[in-house]
Design a protein around this ligand. Structure first.
Ligand code: PEP
Ligand code: MG
Length: 306
């Protein structure tokens, strides 16, 4: 019955009163593309690197990126540079064993050790973007400081790419979203890691699921902080963690001022239907309810009850 109700809503993501909230796709390869999505909000590029004894060549990467860009057609693609380390180990990077890999050399930090892996990747992305004419936005994972964001943006521009952004998945970056947005064009919130690092709860540990809950008031509060910074600087703030695909949270995020939601293809229709049944004023009320709740359960119940 839910599926039937959802099917009544088609077209771009928008609230009941017509405010656009584009619904984008999280993909790992061209085969993950779907027509049901206004673009790609997170192209995870790890796929190409996994199980390798050496980094894929620039040519090989260019081919893979072209394939995805062609599948996206004239829709925008947000490509995330290699997010290795921690839960995505890559032996060929030759990183030392660490006591606390989640707090170690991962994401953008791997460029401290192997800078050429990042510059090669940007070169391949740039060639693929030029060859296809695709609207490619590039973002870095695991950024903690405004200086890292600025450095990344300069590498992206040096590679001949126009649009640079970073993921917000470290609490420090959320708190300094304003400073970060000063040197990049957009940010995208990774609620999976943002929850892990805000709550100091390992995302791989099922016993801590209650703490990893994106409805935790502290996590929602950081999301709202980032959204507010984006509004003030007039720059896009997306969400690409799993929480973006939750039809109950989608109007809450829209009400905070989040500009795009990116999710796996099967989540799109439920999120579209949820947004379409709330006006932006409803969304703002839901955001306020969630932000003012004492705990995650109360927040979820308060929003579900509306
Ligand atoms: C996230 O952390 O929310 C995210 C989208 O990235 P990943 O799950 O790949 O770490
Ligand atoms: Mg992440």
């Amino acid at each position: 019955a839910d599926r039937e109700r959802e099917a009544a809503f088609t077209g771009p993501g928008r609230t009941k009163d017509g405010q656009q909230v584009p619904l984008l796709l999280n993909v790992g390869k061209a085969a993950d593309m779907s027509d049901d999505g206004e673009g790609v909000g997170l192209f995870r590029t790890e796929f190409l690197f996994l199980g390798r004894t050496a980094s894929p060549s620039v040519d090989e990467q260019e081919t893979a990126y072209r394939e995805l860009f062609e599948a996206a057609g004239d829709r925008k693609v947000v490509l995330r540079t290699l997010d290795a380390g921690a839960d995505k180990p890559l032996p060929f990077l030759g990183l030392a064993d660490e006591e606390n890999p989640a707090l170690g050399i991962r994401g953008l930090r791997t460029a401290r050790v192997r800078p050429e892996v990042l510059t090669d990747q940007l070169e391949a992305v740039s060639r693929a973007a030029t060859a296809t004419g695709a609207d490619v936005w590039v973002m870095a994972p695991m950024v903690a400081t405004a200086a890292e964001a600025a450095e990344f943006a300069s590498l992206v521009h040096k590679a001949g790419l126009r649009t640079a952004g970073v993921m917000i998945e470290v609490p420090a970056a959320a708190l300094h979203a304003r400073q970060i947005l000063a040197s990049v064009d957009f940010v995208s919130i990774g609620t999976n890691d943002l929850s892990q690092y805000t709550m100091a709860a390992d995302r791989m540990n099922g016993e801590l699921a209650d703490l990893l809950d994106p409805w935790q008031p502290a996590v929602l509060s950081l999301v709202a902080t980032v959204a507010a910074a984006g509004r003030d600087l007039n720059k896009p703030v997306g969400i690409c963690g799993e929480a973006a695909g939750d039809p109950l949270l989608a109007p809450v995020f829209a009400g905070m001022g989040i500009t795009t939601l990116s999710m796996s293809a099967p989540s799109v229709s439920a999120v579209r239907a949820s947004l379409a049944t709330h006006t932006m004023a409803d969304c703002q009320r839901l955001a306020e309810l969630a932000l003012n709740a004492a705990d995650a359960q109360t927040a979820r119940k308060a929003v579900a009850g509306r």
